[in-house]
Ligand binder design. Structure first.
Ligand SMILES: Cc1cc2nc3c(=O)[nH]c(=O)nc-3n(C[C@H](O)[C@H](O)[C@H](O)COP(=O)(O)OP(=O)(O)OC[C@H]3O[C@@H](n4cnc5c(N)ncnc54)[C@H](O)[C@@H]3O)c2cc1C
Length: 507
């Protein structure tokens, strides 16, 4: 086991006792938070550094200055197949702050709803009954989609560089099935347009989310703002577990010792914080700037990270003076519109504007078309779209609104993306990566971020000679799913460029 001196408590003579290994986690998003949560109570000295004044990273809220209420940067939902996110929330005591939604409601242009829910048949056929009843596709289109789904399972040899849209056309899908079904599900699930989407990622969404297990597709919706869920509550929990949390503390660069091992971090304030292990849990586009030039040559996979691209998401918040959508409707997925999801926060979180009315949150993923528009133009376009669904939006008064476009919401799942995602363990002794963009086998999601944090924590514990499995297994595959679909698809890196880690025997 590694033994270190605590630099903050110099010892003299016979008083010397080994201090616990010091782990510095850079980044207080879900990846960093998951790493910290998994490393508490293991005899380690943990420090979490976050440049912003709050935890949660991209899954956070800001305070509306006029009302002081917390407004999410954007609605975040997960699915029941996100087993590691669920484990993390149980671990930190926030699992009760979600509502499990057993059906996903689709709304077509004619205003007809089609709920997708598990019927009597076992997985992978459990959604067949409600899919056959769906009103946004004709019967022959449903058959066509079914054939496409079977091909997605059977064809495992993807053409390098092919987009999912091109794959769909090669497999007999029409404009209508592509845009009304495949695009409706996938653009928001993967935050990318079909013509720029990796086939393997699309396959994973359908097979793992919808076909593997009866409950995998069910949604988990937070019943409180993200700022409370992944911010305040996490801060209290980590504090109580003895983690030193330093907000508004940006890291300027990592430091390395003469042997090339990670030795700590240099803060923007100039302070140096020594560490035995560093978990770098910042977004992919910040990583290379934190690693000095003389170290980056030994991290070839980090050079590949700079070839990743981002995809934007726009979240729009509307507070109306009266109900616009049916008060008991919690969410809808809209088919063939600018708006892709509507969440009724008056119903989900009981957040009714003062004096009545309704608070709706609307989401547009892969929002490339909105990038050139200013916020007012986005508001008007989204409001017009909403009014074409529920005309009451035209008569209602918009008392408050926000339009938030996150340009770098997630990394883009372009064809071949897996080759660019590095593993959490780096070839540098003591340095681990975490973040939804690392090699997690998952798309850019909260689940992916938590997985990466757990994997980094597993690496540290292994180096300390205390290996521990932290990663939770996927939902079990239903027997008929196993029979009909075979093993679960994995997103694998084609040619891992790294060699074995250079960890010294002392670590
Ligand atoms: C608008 C939007 C909607 C989304 N919707 C969903 C959804 O519905 N479901 C879902 O599963 N996922 C969703 N996601 C994706 C999800 O938010 C991310 O996958 C996840 O939060 C990423 O966590 P992370 O820890 O990897 O990165 P981040 O959350 O980006 O955390 C990195 C942290 O590092 C900090 N940092 C950066 N540089 C430094 C530095 N030099 N020093 C110290 N700290 C630093 C940052 O401030 C940040 O807090 C959405 C994302 C966005 C933006």
């Amino acid at each position: 086991m590694i033994e270190t001196r605590n630099p903050d408590s110099p010892t003299t003579g016979t008083d010397w006792r080994p201090s616990p290994p010091h782990v510095v986690i850079v980044g207080g998003g879900l990846a960093g938070l998951a790493a910290a949560s998994a490393l508490v109570r293991r005899g380690l000295n943990l420090t979490l550094l976050e440049s912003r004044p709050r935890l949660g990273g991209r899954a956070s809220s800001f305070v509306d200055p006029t009302t002081t209420e917390q407004v999410d940067n954007c609605q975040h939902v997960s699915m029941a197949c996100c087993t590691n996110l669920a484990d993390f929330c149980h671990r930190v005591g926030t699992a009760d702050l979600f509502r499990r939604v057993p059906e996903v409601v689709f709304l077509d242009e004619e205003g007809r709803t089609s709920p997708l829910r598990a019927g009597l048949l076992p997985a992978p056929l459990h959604l067949t009954e409600s899919f056959l009843r769906a009103r946004y596709l004709t019967f022959s289109e449903k058959i066509r989609v079914g054939v496409g789904m079977a091909c997605l399972r059977l064809s495992r040899r993807d053409r390098p560089g092919e987009s999912f849209e091109s794959w769909l056309r090669r497999h007999g899908q029409t404009d209508r099935t592509i845009h009304r079904f495949w695009g409706t599900v996938l653009v928001s699930a993967l935050n990318e347009r079909l013509d720029q989407m990796d086939v393997g990622h699309a396959r994973k969404v359908f097979l793992d989310g919808f076909l593997r297990n009866r409950t995998g597709f069910q949604m988990e919706i937070p019943t409180v703002p993200l700022g409370e869920l992944y911010g305040l509550r996490l801060q209290q929990w980590l504090d109580a577990e003895g983690v030193s949390i330093r907000l508004k503390t940006g890291v300027r660069s990592l430091t390395f010792d003469d042997d090339g091992a990670a030795s700590g971090v240099q803060l923007r304030s100039g302070e140096h914080l020594p560490a035995d292990f560093v978990v770098l849990a910042v977004p992919y586009d910040r990583v290379n700037a934190l690693i000095p030039d003389n170290v980056s040559p030994v991290l070839p996979e980090l050079r590949a990270v700079s070839r990743m691209e981002s995809s934007p998401i726009t979240g729009v918040h509307f507070w109306f003076d009266r109900p616009v959508c049916p008060p008991d409707l919690e969410h809808v997925v809209t088919v063939g519109r600018l708006i892709q999801w509507v969440f009724n926060h008056s119903a989900i979180q009981g957040r009714e504007p003062e004096g009545g009315g309704q608070y709706l949150q609307l989401v547009i993923s892969a929002a490339y078309d909105l990038l050139p528009m200013d916020k007012t133009a986005i508001r008007d376009a989204v409001l017009a779209d909403l009014a074409s669904i529920w005309p009451a939006a035209r008569e209602a008064t918009l008392t408050r609104w926000w339009a938030v476009t996150e340009h770098g919401a997630t990394f883009s799942v372009r064809p071949g993306i897996e080759a660019l995602r590095p593993p959490q363990r780096t070839p540098v002794d003591g340095l681990f990566l975490a973040g939804d963009w690392t090699d997690t086998g998952w798309p850019a999601t909260m689940e992916g971020a938590v997985r990466s944090g757990y994997l980094a924590a597993e690496g540290i514990l292994a180096d300390l000679g205390r290996p521990k499995r932290l990663l939770r297994p996927e939902l079990p595959m239903a027997p008929l799913s196993r029979l009909l679909l075979g093993s679960s698809p994995t997103l694998t890196r084609p040619t891992p460029p790294t060699t074995a880690p250079t960890a010294s025997p002392t670590r």
